[in-house]
Every structure is written in C-alpha cells, then in structure tokens.
Design a protein around this ligand. Sequence first.
Ligand code: DQA
Length: 147
Amino acid sequence: KLVYVLNGPNLNLLGKRQPAIYGHETLADVERDCTRVAIEHSLAIRFLQSNAEFQIIDWIHEAREDAAGIVINPAAFTHTSVAILDALNTFDNPIIEVHISNVHKREAFRHHSYISSVASGVIAGFGTQGYQFAIQRMAHLINQVKA
Ligand code: DQA
C-alpha cells in the first residue's frame, strides 16, 4: 500500500527556517524517518514538497489513482486554501493533517484549518516526529479500511 506524504510551502527550507519553531531537522531527514517507519509497517511512501498550490492539488488528484492514504502538512495553505480542501474531499481514503509546531499556541490566524474537516486526525506540536506518528496511525487506518 502506498501513502502520499505531501508538504506545502517553505517546508523545503526546514532545518534552516525559524529553527526555534520548526527544529533543526531537514525535510530530507523527515523523509528518511518516514521511509523507515513506513517500511516497518509494510507501507511505501511517496514524499513530496511544493511551494505551489496547484502542484499539491495535482498530487492529490494523482493520489486518487494509487494511494491508500494521504499525510499532509499543507503549511500556510492550511489557513487559506479552499482549493486544497476541495481536492482532499475527492479522495476517499484516510487523510491525516500534520503540523510541526503547535499552531494553537501561535498567532490567531493559524488557529483555523480548512483541512481539518476532512482529516481523520490532526497532529500538531510534536515537531518533525509528528510525521512518524502520522504514518503509524495511517498504517492502522489502512488496515481497517482496505484501499
Ligand atoms: C506549519 C504551521 C503553519 O501555520 C505554517 O504556515 C507552516 C508550517 C507547521 O508545520 O507547524 O508553514 O504547518
């Protein structure tokens, strides 16, 4: 079973970007950790990042064809994108939303997510480890729902 791990804008700079908030691990480190956890659970992952909203939407459309689940950190698009919400609403398998930081203890504009209404669960504030929790949980959900 294949799980897409989608990352939104500015996450390519992870490790260099506001490390006091987002930590020192790079996105390549996150991909490596996700791959390890996925293998432990007999899953494959397709790990992707884009700064462009249309690209994330196109990947969600691709996921409709071959993914058993989507783990997504939409980054700033979390708080702005009805288009990503609409795309995710066309996806019939489980979706888990991840945020590295605890968005609820940050600025008020980060408190609302357009994505949470389609997510099976939301992980926030556990740093980059949150991705590993998401994949573990996704393995559990996929085994229940069968893609
Ligand atoms: C983020 C939180 C968002 O508010 C922010 O725009 C990001 C990253 C996180 O992982 O904590 O870019 O999604």
